[in-house]
Design a protein around this ligand. Structure first.
Ligand code: TRP
Length: 337
């Protein structure tokens, strides 16, 4: 069997938060250092256009995501780190795949179905109201991202598993018709990575507006942590770690012995204020140095840009010849060629 190829995309519509760090960035950075896997990470800026029509926000978010990943120690010599829009072969492949993708398959996409269901409940007279072709064909663009680099493994959140099934489906259909060019990718959903609770106790997510930005200044970080919702139990009352958002977040950052010690403190009764202070100190100790690097990087956008351009060059060394092969396979080639 050939080498494993791991690839994942990050949509550029928001500022990276603690949930992104624990769920996606940290594991990806660890994988970027592994000598046994070839890793590809990219800013999915074409995907972000589907959800966001604010040019400044798209641009700013690309910068923030790239700087965050670099500041946190992404090994950009080993991993190929690039911006989707720097790879013109991706939209080309998207079109070729669009032509072998069943519309019925796209009709079944959760995100599209949810948008239609929303229109139906609000009584819109058109079930497709405000749904763009971008949203509808989102899974095809994502398939192109993945198939272009022959990814074998795609680390994603659970909500993306259906998109991986679609990518496999599209790849299989293409291969059946035009020859075995594509590798069928697999979704990797890590059951052990924590899903962090946000300020209100629900999953930390941009859409709930309950996030803690990864590189909030120290004071702000402390302030936000102090805001995390707790119950009204008095300081000395024993507390249950299993139902505590604070404990859950702590667990994602602390060392195993610290976690055990904290479990005991909960049983004895720890005041929420003290727990919040400990949580702040633990997270701050981990993020202080990356935060300093992040500030430097955002002050020097040229450097970030050069890292991405270098990644794009390495990615295109793969995508350009492969697209040639794909074009030939479907009959797009010189007359008589
Ligand atoms: N759809 C993914 C998300 O919302 C982002 C993404 C775009 C992606 N292209 C990808 C993830 C290719 C994995 C592989 O999280």
């Amino acid at each position: 069997m050939g080498q494993e190829i791991s690839l994942t995309g990050i949509t550029t519509t928001g500022t990276p938060h603690l949930g992104n760090y624990v769920g996606a960035i940290r594991p990806a950075i660890e994988a970027s250092r592994s000598p046994n896997t070839r890793t590809f990470y990219f800013l999915a800026d074409y995907h972000s256009l589907i959800k966001c029509h604010d040019p400044e926000r798209v641009n700013q978010s690309s910068m923030e995501v790239a700087a965050a990943w670099i500041a946190l120690g992404l090994d950009t010599d080993n991993a190929i780190f690039y911006r989707q829009s720097d790879i013109p072969e991706i939209p080309e492949l998207t079109w070729i795949l669009t032509c072998v993708t069943a519309k019925g398959l796209m009709n079944r996409a959760h995100a599209y179905k949810a948008a239609v269901a929303e229109n139906e409940t609000t009584g819109a007279n058109d079930p497709d109201k405000a749904i763009t072709m971008g949203l509808f064909s989102y899974p095809v663009l994502m398939a192109a991202d993945i198939l272009m680099f022959k990814a074998t493994q795609v680390p994603v959140g659970r909500d993306q598993v259906q998109h991986l099934e679609m990518a496999r489906d599209i790849a299989a259909r293409f291969n059946h018709h035009f020859g075995e060019l594509f590798v069928l990718p697999e979704a990797v959903v890590d059951e052990n990575t924590a899903v962090l609770a946000g300020l209100d106790g629900r999953k930390m997510s941009k859409s709930y507006n309950n996030t803690i930005p990864l590189f909030a200044p120290e004071k702000k970080l402390r302030k936000l942590i102090m805001k995390i919702k707790t119950d009204a139990s008095p300081p000395e009352a024993p507390k249950d770690p299993a139902t505590s958002a604070l404990f859950e977040i702590y667990r994602a950052f602390a060392q195993p012995d610290e976690i055990e010690a904290m479990r005991r403190r909960y049983a004895e009764g720890i005041a929420w204020g003290e727990m919040k202070q400990t949580l702040f100190e633990t997270i701050n100790a981990i993020l202080a140095e990356p935060r300093r690097r992040y500030a430097e990087l955002t002050e020097a956008p040229d450097y970030v840009e050069s890292v991405l351009c270098n990644g794009a060059e390495r990615a295109r060394a793969i995508s350009a010849p492969f697209l040639k092969q794909i074009r030939r396979a479907v009959g797009i080639r010189p007359i008589g060629g």
